[in-house]
Design a protein around this ligand. Sequence first.
Ligand code: UTP
Length: 280
Amino acid sequence: MIKKCLFPAAGYGTRFLPATKAMPKEMLPILTKPLIQYGVEEAYEAGCDVISIITGRGKRAITDHFDISYELEHQIQGTDKESLLIDIRALMEKCTFTYTPQNEMKGLGDAIYKGKALVGDESPFCVILADDLCVNPGGDGVMKQMVKLYEKYRCSIVAIMEVPKDQVHKYGVISGKEIENGIYMIDNMVEKPDIDKAPSNLAIIGRYILTPDIFEIISNTKPGKNGELQITDALLTQAKKGMVLGYKFKGKRFDCGSLDGFVEATNYYYNNIEKIKKVK
Ligand code: UTP
């Protein structure tokens, strides 16, 4: 069983300025719930009860969100409003939260490497980028689907989806052999390729299961695209040494790090609130 989930959340969220000037992007709400809480619910559904968050300056609201707010809770005690806190209280009771800062924004690979102190280097762990909001009404959440796949293959797994060719420059893009319906054994991976250099239109989204040897690989990986330490480059090394799978997940994914994706997610949640399963 995978028990730990890492949430890299050190990014500046510049696309959401000025909203993110003093507030973390991960705290932007879809309806009344912040993005990071959706992510933690998905991780918990997948079996993770140790939640490790990579933070940065100005991210205190995340820590506060997963802590008790005495004054507020005292104020609404015994009123209808108490029910609005049921989900977050349940998460706080069931999960342990740990934090460490990424002092400099050196890329997702570096952020994940910082997580070594939190998740340890002995067991596989999940990674969720909370600004990618995933939902699969009536079925398993995306991370739970991936954990089930891990139980079969015991290797690193990335969630992938088909994107239009003119969008590949925004993603890590894979190619590989389809070994089962929607499951690819990865043989190439390129971070944010130009359209003519993309190995396919299968893009990596913000859900990973990583085996712990990834830490040593990251420590030997040089900065790549945009001078950042790219997890995609480390995963390609891992794929060449052993096996990394790309998994076409079931469900929908919203890029809530972009304005269009954020608005789309808001509308979708507003219109489908009854359909969207609550995690207990
Ligand atoms: P993004 O590039 O989408 O996030 O990184 P960002 O930089 O915050 O957003 P913009 O482009 O300025 O609007 C994807 C995820 O990886 C994390 C981010 O927090 C986000 O969840 N990340 C990225 C880190 O934690 N550290 C990094 O050095 C880079």
